[in-house]
Design a binder for this molecule. Structure first.
Ligand code: ADP
Length: 482
């Protein structure tokens, strides 16, 4: 909390008494919950206070094989032959149950992942339900989506997701796969399995036929076993570029299709005619409100020289008022870092940035004594060759650079291995079009940042991956188009 007492808010904790977190969660295979074949388990904890939350079954190779077989059987016998409109009905039902249980999901997401309740409550869970609603609508309209083609499903999809938006990433992956007639084996991330296991309960409650979605908590070895399973038709992965490359190597020479949504190092560009207060709020939202745990986070800031001093003053002032602390508090802006491992990575980059010669700035704020935390951080005077400018940090760390001309800004923005997203802040529409045409990024926001909608496609250029998720484009990776 900020130390200046005029900014101290009274605690406003979200009620969590209605949320049941079981002592033990099992794998979800063929419509039933069961323990791992070899009985292995792992623990999941609350990163805000290091408290144990639950013990979760750990899926090994044998479980992957059982789940893929169940998904194949469900594909052949039930889901593929089903009338598309009936598949849509299941998706609508799932969306409605998610809405009904949204508070429970939001609290669970914040407990397991460390993100502020206002983010899980207002963004993650409503958007997850919206994805199921949106793709439910496409289920019986695929012929209209691709006129003159004959869309048909692929078979069994193996889906691997990260820890930054656990339920939302599951919805992004499962909803289009099912709408297109495929069945699924999903592996959630090792630090955030809980909402995926609650989603399995939703599938049961919705009466989704057994085997249509199977959920296998585990770690990278579970993901690797899923990728290598010979009876998988398609891999959908969101995570690091490093693992994405490993997955591409593993499926090279096979008939498996893949979409990979990988890292990012997005530039937010402030031109000298931009509304500065609005821009600074957008920059803060783009990198700090989510602990920087977003692959499309605006982790670089390029400011036109004439407004640099004003922008930095506004940024520093606003950073003093950010509230860092209990993720379940409704006033919290910045929650906990997802894990000790991630905290160590971020800490390494903070030390590196100073060694490289950038000037570090953090607000005057004390952090909770337990749990994993990082103060929002600015690196001023960063240069293009600094590793803090080139590499994804995945934390609340913003590298600030200046530029003179729009051409220079575009060159700097494009000069990283990534190309997932970017932002531009200016008063002039013509300048926006100049930037959106020339920035090599899958998503470019103008005078806003981090806005999502199920009807908008999302995906990267260069080492940020390939394939699109969301919108009509998000159907294509799950279809054969003859
Ligand atoms: P992050 O840095 O976001 O944790 P990772 O790429 O390490 O990203 O992890 C994203 C997901 O990929 C997680 O569910 C993780 O368990 C899984 N994963 C890690 N290694 C592999 C691998 N070799 N093959 C398949 N999945 C993997």
């Amino acid at each position: 909390m900020p130390t200046d007492s005029s900014w101290v808010y009274a605690p406003a904790p979200e009620d969590s008494s209605h949320v049941e977190i079981k002592k033990h969660y099992q794998l979800f295979i063929d419509g039933k919950f069961r323990d791992a074949a070899d009985g292995r388990t792992f623990d999941t904890q609350n990163p805000a206070n290091e408290a144990h939350l639950s013990e979760v079954a750990f899926s090994g190779e044998a479980d992957v094989d059982t789940a893929v077989k169940a998904a194949r059987r469900a594909y052949n016998e039930v889901w593929c032959p089903m009338r598309p409109a009936d598949r849509g009905k299941y998706l609508y039902r799932i969306a409605r149950i998610l809405q009904e249980r949204s508070r429970e999901f939001a609290v669970t997401e914040s407990l397991d992942g460390g993100k502020p309740i206002k983010e899980s409550r207002d963004i993650d869970i409503p958007l997850a339900a919206a994805h199921f609603f949106y793709y439910a609508g496409w289920a019986d309209k695929l012929d209209y989506a691709f006129p003159g083609r004959s869309p048909s499903s692929l078979g069994v999809a193996g889906q691997i997701i990260p820890w930054n938006f656990p339920l939302l990433m599951a919805a992004w992956k499962i909803a289009p796969a099912l709408a297109c007639g495929n069945t699924v084996v999903l592996k959630p991330a090792e630090t955030t399995p809980l909402t995926a296991m609650k989603l399995a309960e939703v599938f049961q409650e919705a009466g989704l036929p057994a085997g249509v979605v199977n959920i296998l908590p585990g770690d990278g070895s579970t993901g690797a076993a899923l990728v290598q399973h010979p009876d998988i038709d398609k891999i959908a992965f969101t995570g690091s570029t490093e693992v994405g490359k490993r997955i591409q190597q593993a499926i090279a020479g096979t008939a498996k299709k893949a979409t990979l949504e990988l890292g990012g190092k997005a530039a937010n560009i402030i031109l000298d005619d931009a509304p500065l207060h609005q821009a600074v709020e957008g920059i803060i939202n783009g990198i700090f409100f989510n602990q920087g745990h977003v692959c499309c986070a605006g982790s670089r800031l390029l400011v036109q020289e004439g407004v640099y001093d004003s922008v930095v003053t506004l940024l520093k002032d606003r950073m003093e008022t950010l509230r860092v602390g209990d993720p379940l508090d409704k006033n919290t802006d910045i929650g906990a870092i997802n894990s000790k491992a991630q905290q160590d990575i971020i800490q390494g980059y903070l030390e590196l940035g100073e060694k490289e010669g950038a000037e570090i700035h953090q607000p005057n704020c004390t952090l909770p004594s337990k749990g994993y935390w990082c103060l929002p951080t600015l690196f001023l005077n960063a240069t293009q060759s600094h590793r803090i400018v080139q590499e994804e940090i995945f934390g609340p760390v913003l590298a600030v650079q200046t530029f003179r001309t729009p051409d220079e800004a575009i060159e700097m923005a494009n000069n990283t291995p990534y190309g997932l997203s970017a932002g531009v802040w200016t008063d002039k529409g013509s300048r926006i079009f100049n930037f959106t045409k020339r920035l090599r990024a899958g998503v470019v926001w103008a005078n806003t940042y981090n806005q999502f909608d199920p009807s908008s496609p999302f995906g990267g250029f260069k080492e940020s991956g390939f394939g699109r998720e969301g919108g009509l484009h998000g159907l294509e990776p799950y279809l054969r188009l003859d």
